[in-house]
Design a binder for this molecule. Structure first.
Ligand code: IYR
Length: 222
């Protein structure tokens, strides 16, 4: 055995089960929709904790796990986030985005009005850490921060979906206000704001969001 290593635990599956699971995973993930109309129904903290642990199990550069998740249910903090986000969004939709970007967003029907930031029971502000290390409190340089955080965000969204919750990956731009509101240090970059809860009764999604590229469109094989 190599020093500093332990045996891998690998659960090999029969080929038929591998294929069946690959199909099932696709079927489950393909039902996920980005939701913008949330119910105020509460969601148990333990579900959010478990989904964050799943996100934290993602691979990362040098295993430094360069992320922090601020889980927010406080109505006061949600209000502060809504007010700060809507201020940025007003400037964005008033023209800062530019014509091409606003045109791309038209089919989604989004605007500067973000009531879900108060309505949804949970907001998860995800921060990317420029410095850190494998142990909490380390201050070494981190690597592949965006890649690592992107993968962890994917795990988080998948875990929340699997737990029966709806999410919205919300990206007010810029969102540095999140550092102040969530008391995070300047070395951390706000990465994503994930809105979590149940969809409002009768919630709708844009038809545009149902268009998914085919396997042919998204892959090449050699
Ligand atoms: N942050 C804005 C605009 C926005 C941008 C993209 I790219 C989207 O896919 C959706 C929205 C907002 O949240 O409205």
């Amino acid at each position: 055995m190599t020093d500093g290593h332990v045996p891998l635990k690998f659960n090999e599956l029969p080929p038929e089960e591998m294929l069946a699971r690959a199909h099932q995973m696709y079927e489950r993930m393909a039902t996920r929709r980005t939701v913008r109309d949330f119910s105020d129904r509460p969601v148990a903290r333990e579900i959010i904790e478990q989904a964050i642990l799943t996100a934290g199990s993602a691979p990362s550069g040098a295993n430094h796990q360069p992320w922090h998740f601020a889980a927010i249910q406080s109505p006061d903090i949600k209000l502060q986030i809504r007010e700060a986000a809507e201020e940025e969004e007003r400037a964005f939709y008033d023209g800062r985005a530019g014509a091409e970007w606003l045109d791309a967003l038209k089919p989604l029907g989004t605007d500067d009005h973000k009531p879900f930031l108060e309505t949804a029971p949970w907001l998860i502000a995800m921060f990317a850490q420029r410095r850190g290390g494998v142990h909490a409190g380390d201050t070494r340089k981190n690597y592949y921060i965006n890649e690592s955080c992107g993968i962890a965000a994917g795990f988080l969204i998948a875990a929340l979906h699997e737990a029966g919750l709806a999410t919205l990956t919300h990206t007010p731009k810029p969102m540095n206000f999140l550092n102040d509101i969530c008391a995070r240090p300047d070395e951390e970059k706000p990465f994503l704001l994930i809105v979590v809860g149940y969809p409002a009764p009768g919630a709708q999604v844009p038809e545009h969001a149902l268009i998914k590229k085919s396997l042919e469109d998204i892959s090449s094989w050699f």
